[in-house]
Design a protein around this ligand. Structure first.
Ligand code: DNO
Length: 367
């Protein structure tokens, strides 16, 4: 694995490349051209300028999160062909600049969904949290307003103000779009982009839907192992793989995270590793309240040791990053994306990895 940190670019991030460079074991960043719109072609010049900036700080670009997919592609509209051509042109330019991993998602309208961005925990830290009731009580348009008040002056990925303008009409357009339609539209997109991915050896890593169930009645498909396997089979190419995001798949306790990792051997191109804490379940065992915790296993509901061990056991070599951190030590940053708690997360995951690696090699030498 290659330990990385997500970085939004010097214009948007409160965290600097110089700070990232000082986190032990972090040599790469996962970044993006944050001010581009879905459907826009990323020019080689802009990609190269970003790369130069990262390399001047002694780091490298380990991958892109995200090149966003235009809603018309997800909706399968007639405009999609031109938009896919543009996506392909962006992939080509990334490939020319020697970038080989692209994370994207296929979630309709909203990217990840949380209902609070600053829930206070007993230790005084604040975290992102989700309650089903808050989602059930909200009209989707109000979701934007409630989320944007809490962003600490930042613009969070997936919640860009330009999306807000179109939420109502997008919901209209998705009326009647089924999960089957979404699978078909994803297949169409993947079939078109795989040739350029093969030409430049670009690993496409689809991000799961977060939370891993339908919100506001919208179809959502990247939610469990069965659906991922269907996605990989329908366009069976090693470049068609996944971002294994523990925090997103883990929102559904029926997803056995280490088991999923083992089943996805060879097709995990990127890993997001974090923890969360379930607080309440409904009568069927579905979580109705959870919050993001520290990465440490004992602070949340997941066993991070087992997750890291599974990644080690499948020989995972791709980029990995700590995920949303808590807001601690007075830091003011984009919720989930401050420096301090993510740096603690990186150090913890690195520690788990070293322990797993040494335990396995001493096991091997004693055999
Ligand atoms: C949230 C992230 C997502 C993710 C995108 C990938 O913090 O995990 O916004 O980057 O869904 O396209």
């Amino acid at each position: 694995m290659e330990m990385t940190l997500r970085w939004y670019g010097s214009k948007f991030d409160t965290v600097t490349l110089e700070q990232i460079r000082q986190i032990p074991g972090v040599h790469g960043v996962i970044t993006t051209l944050y001010d581009t719109e879905p459907g826009e072609v990323w020019s080689r010049e802009r990609i190269r300028a970003l790369k130069d900036e990262v390399e001047a700080a002694g780091l490298r670009i380990a991958g892109i999160e995200s090149v966003n997919v235009h809603e018309d592609i997800k909706l399968g509209k007639s405009t999609r062909d031109q938009l896919i051509d543009n996506y392909i042109a962006t992939l080509r330019n990334l490939g020319e600049e020697d970038i080989h991993m692209v994370c994207y998602n296929f979630m309709p309208v909203f990217d990840w969904t949380r209902t609070e961005l600053a829930r206070r925990r007993p230790d005084g830290s604040t975290v992102l949290a989700y309650t089903q009731k808050a989602v059930d009580d909200l009209v989707p348009e109000d979701m934007f307003a409630s989320i944007s008040g809490d962003m600490n002056g930042s613009v969070m990925p997936g919640w860009e103000p330009q999306r807000l303008a179109h939420v109502k009409e997008l919901f209209e357009e998705y009326r009647g779009v089924t999960e089957e339609d979404l699978f078909a539209n994803l297949k169409y997109f993947l079939e078109r982009i795989m040739p350029v991915c093969n030409e430049y050896d670009i690993n496409m890593a689809i991000h799961p839907d977060d939370p891993a169930w339908s919100v506001f009645g919208l179809p959502r498909i990247i939610v469990n192992l069965e659906n991922i396997q269907r996605m990989m089979k329908m366009v069976d190419d090693p470049h068609n793989g996944v971002t294994f995001c523990a925090g997103s798949y883990g929102t559904n306790p029926k997803n056995d995270l280490p088991g999923m990792i083992r089943a996805l051997k060879g097709r995990i191109h990127f890993a997001h590793v974090r923890n969360l804490k379930f607080n309440k379940f409904d009568n069927e065992g579905n979580p109705i309240d959870f919050e993001e915790s520290a990465h440490l296993s004992s602070d949340g509901s997941f066993d991070l040791y087992e997750i890291v061990k599974a990644l080690y056991d499948i020989g995972f070599e791709g980029p990995i990053r700590p995920d949303h951190g808590r807001m601690i030590w007075g830091e003011v940053a984009m919720p989930g994306y401050g420096l301090y708690d993510r740096a603690l997360g990186a150090a913890y995951i690195n520690g788990l990895w070293e322990a797993v690696e040494k335990a396995s090699s001493s096991l091997r030498s004693s055999e």
